[in-house]
Every structure is written in C-alpha cells, then in structure tokens.
Ligand binder design. Structure first.
Ligand code: NDP
Ligand code: 2IT
Length: 458
C-alpha cells in the first residue's frame, strides 16, 4: 500500500496478510494498523525471507502474547449495579515489560485494544528504552460521572487487573479518559490489595507519590519536537505557521503549548462535539480551565472569548478541519481524518500533519498525504514522547530519585530527535524518500524482530 513497489513481491508477506484478514475479519482497526506496518516492511522481509518464514516471525508478531478480558461491576450513585468490560492486551514483551496506556471510552472493544497494543510495540521500540507493547481499558464512559463513581469504577477495574500487572511485568498508564485522577485511584487500590509500595507499576502518577515532572506535558511537547525536526529536515520553520488541533485533551493541550512556545499560531481546537476558532490565537489558559479543571465542553470557550467562533460537528468532516492552516495536528482519536478530509486539507494548502493521536489518519488518508507531498509525522514515532517519559518515570522510581523538569524535558527532547533520525535514516536506506511512515515501521520492526529472533520460538 505504501511500498515503493507496485505489487507485493514476498509470497510469505502476502500469505500472512491474507491469513490475518481471514482470521481477524471482525477487528477492522487491528487489521488497519497491521496492514499499514506489513505494507511498508517488505524490503526488510525480502532481504531474509526464508528465515522470517521458517521462524513464523510475522505470525508470532501479529498474535498477542496474551489478552485478558474481565467483568468490572460497580455501583452508581443511584445504587444501581453497572457492569463494564475490562481488557488488557499484553502484545509483545520481547524488549521489556509490557507498557502502554488504559483507555476508558464507550467505543472500547477488542479490535481497538489490539490496534493500540500493536502500535505500542513499535512505538516503544523507537524510544530506545526497554519497554514492550501493551494496552488496556474499558468501555466505561467517564463523561457525566461523579468523582465517587469514577473512584468506584477504578477500584473495581484494578481489583481484577492487579492479578496481571507489576513493575517488571506490565506497567499501565493513561490514555483517552484516563488522566491523573484515575491513575491515583488505580494506584491506591493496587497498593491496598498487594500491600506493597510498588511505584513503578503505573506511570502518570501524581508528583507527590512517584510521578515524574514533564510526564503530563510529554506527549504534546514530544510531538512538537518531532515536528520541528521533520520540518527542519525539509527547510521549513515552525515560527509563524498557522496550526489547527483536533482534540482538547492531554495531548492536544500540551501540543498547543509547545507550538505556541515555538512561535506558531494555533487558531483552532476541538472536542467530540465541535470546534472553536480564535483568529487571534487560542488562549490556552482558558482551555486548561475548561478541560482540566471544570471538565466542560470546548464550546464554553465562547464565555471567555466572545469574539471566537464555535462550529458544531455536523458532517462527515469534523468541523475543525474546515479551518485553513499550514500544520494539522490530529490529537483526538483514530480515523479522525479519512480520504475526504485529507483531500480538503491538501486543497487548503496544508504542508504537514503530525499524528498526536494513535492512527488518526486512515490508510487512504496517509497514502493521499504522501502522494501529495504533505509531510506526515506518524503517530507511533511522533507521539512516542508520552510513553518514553513514562519509562523515565519508571527509571526514577527504581532509583528512588526525582529529576527536575529541565532534566526530564532535555531527555525527552533528545529521545524525540533520535526517533526522527531513526525514521529518516530507515526511510533513506530503503528508498522511501520523506516517507517517515515507512521509516518508523522499518526501524521499529528491525529492532523488535531482532529481539524476537534472539529469544527463540516463544
Ligand atoms: P484525553 O481523554 O485527554 O482527550 C481526548 C480528546 O479527544 C478529547 O478532546 C475528546 O473529546 C477527543 N475525542 C475522544 N474521542 C473522540 C471521538 N470519538 N471523536 C472526536 N473526538 C474525540 O486523551 P489524550 O489526549 O490522552 O489522548 C488523545 C489521543 O492521543 C488518543 O488517540 C491517545 O491514544 C493518544 N495518545 C495519548 C498519549 C498520552 O500520553 N495521553 C500518548 C500517545 C498517544 P471529548 O471530550 O468530547 O470526548
Ligand atoms: O498511546 C500511548 O503511547 C499512551 N497512551 C501512553 C502510554 C504510556 O505508557 O505512557
């Protein structure tokens, strides 16, 4: 699909893909993520096809080491018993303990958990730190729930999850719907049940009990460090560029903050209901107040800045993408940008897209951007700063140390520069010019597959 060849030359690869589709036909998001990776690593496979085939390396890579699915019962504020479904997908532990976030959102299902866990394997490999790939979550909807309901849900969720995790086994963190508040409740329940102060079992913790400075900012800041490197390699400056951001959660807010620090002008942000447009530039303090403090809707920005405009999402193209900008940062959820939206963005003169979210561009959109010379920073590389800083949090927990904001931020910046260089070098080496999607997949696959080969058939 994104290969330099027009057709698949590896019969092993095409056989694996056909089998994967047949076996996982009810998991469209997982198939999408797997297809994107498989379609770009063919030149690596062709170098040593027989060895990959004989060891069934791809078949093993595509099958999670373990999937745990469990019942999460809890009692709501009206005394009614609610039942949700919880998951943890422990996808690949070849280079370290399983590591990846927890997502609480009503759309969560096994396909979404598997796509996120699969992406996480490669993302974590790119960080250069010793972490394997995993993901978890629940179809629980945190919207409109009281603090007490959130706590009771988190406690019930952890009562089961604690059997399967540990600082050297599997280390969850946040994702959509899981931030500092939820991590606190989850950590408290783990500590109570296990009777151990195992700070490294979760990341994204509060600063008072083992968290790391810069973790909150890390994914958004990291995204902008990656964008700066990618644009610099193509002789483009970020300063004075216009930016639109899809989403207004953790990743979106800190991508906005760093983009503004770099001199860019962010004119729009959104949530699942719609978007606000502020032609003078978003006043981020108001967004933080709305989203981090009162947990409100983005529309409330109008109360703070009456001259701004609000558009409701009411067509197949999310409203935020109607706003003309140079740089597009999808930081909300998967498949936010399809081919129709990609065409609009290209038509509006977009020069670069940075995936703060996981898989926000569908495969047709990715292909269209690449064909139209839009620089595309793939999520598994560009948003790796969050998990990388989680690994730095684990290091501080093991060493019983607490690093300064500057120290963690400098490490994060170096990691992101290094990730960009890996993407660029791999894309050049295999003849994919400016195709950082292929570069990220090849660099990460090479590392993970070498680790798997070394550990035998397991
Ligand atoms: P948050 O829960 O903090 O924010 C999510 C944002 O995305 C909200 O603005 C939310 O709007 C919007 N959103 C969620 N689902 C949808 C949907 N179906 N349609 C439209 N908008 C939606 O999550 P994060 O900021 O942590 O995560 C955002 C993305 O970044 C996700 O793809 C996540 O996997 C990825 N990511 C997160 C990392 C992290 O460290 N947190 C690290 C790397 C990637 P609303 O409130 O209306 O639902
Ligand atoms: O998608 C992701 O990389 C995250 N949600 C962060 C995972 C982590 O372990 O910090």
């Amino acid at each position: 699909m994104f290969t330099c060849q027009t057709e698949t030359k590896s019969s092993y690869l095409s056989g694996v893909l056909a089998n994967l589709k047949a076996k996982n036909s009810f998991e469209p998001e997982f198939l999408q993520a797997a297809e994107e990776v498989l379609s770009t690593i063919e030149p690596v496979i062709l170098k040593n096809e027989q060895e990959y085939k004989d060891s069934a390396l791809l078949e093993r890579l595509l099958e999670p080491e373990r999937i745990i699915s469990f019942r999460v019962p809890w009692v709501d504020d009206n005394g009614k018993v609610q039942v949700n479904r919880g998951y943890r997908v422990q996808f690949n532990g070849a280079i370290g303990p399983y590591k990846g976030g927890l997502r609480f959102h009503p759309t969560v299902n096994q396909s979404i958990m598997k796509f996120l866990g699969f992406e996480q394997i490669f993302k974590n490999a790119l960080t250069g730190l010793p972490i394997g790939g995993g993901k978890g979550g629940s179809d629980f909807d945190p919207k409109g729930k009281s603090d007490l309901e959130i706590m009771k849900f988190c406690q019930s969720f952890m009562t089961e999850l604690q059997k399967h995790i540990g600082q050297d086994t599997d280390v969850p963190a946040g994702d959509i719907g899981v931030g500092g508040r939820e991590i606190g409740y989850l950590f408290g329940q783990y500590r109570k049940i296990r009777n151990v102060y195992e700070a490294g079992v979760l990341t994204g913790k509060g600063l008072e009990y083992g968290g790391s400075l810069t973790r909150k900012e890390a994914t958004g800041y990291g995204l902008m460090y990656f964008m700066r490197e990618m644009l610099k390699a193509n002789n483009i400056e970020i300063a004075n560029k216009t930016v639109i951001i899809s989403g207004s959660g953790n990743v979106a807010i800190y991508a906005c903050e760093k983009a503004q620090q770099m001199g860019a002008k962010v004119v729009a942000m959104s949530d699942s209901s719609g978007c606000i447009y502020d032609k003078d530039g978003i006043k981020l303090d108001y967004i933080k107040e709305i989203k981090e403090v009162i947990r409100g809707r983005i529309k409330e920005y109008l109360n703070y800045v009456p001259s701004s405009l609000y558009s409701e999402n009411n067509s197949s193209i999310p409203a935020v993408y109607n706003i003309v900008a140079d740089i597009i940062l999808p930081c909300a959820t998967q498949n936010d940008i399809n081919l129709e939206t990609a065409k609009l963005l290209v038509n509006n003169g977009a020069i670069a897209v940075g995936e703060g979210a996981n898989m926000p561009c569908d495969n047709d959109a990715v292909k269209y951007f690449l064909e139209n010379n839009v620089l595309l920073a793939p999520g598994k590389a560009a948003n790796a700063g969050g998990v990388a800083t989680s690994a730095l949090e684990m290091s501080q927990n093991s060493m019983r140390q607490f690093w300064s904001f500057e120290e963690v931020d400098n490490k994060l910046e170096n990691i992101m520069v290094n990730i960009f260089n890996q993407c660029q070098n791999a894309s050049n080496e295999y003849g994919y010019k400016n195709n950082y999607v292929a570069g990220a997949n090849i660099a990460a696959f090479t590392k993970v597959s070498n680790a798997m080969k070394a550990q035998g058939i397991i």
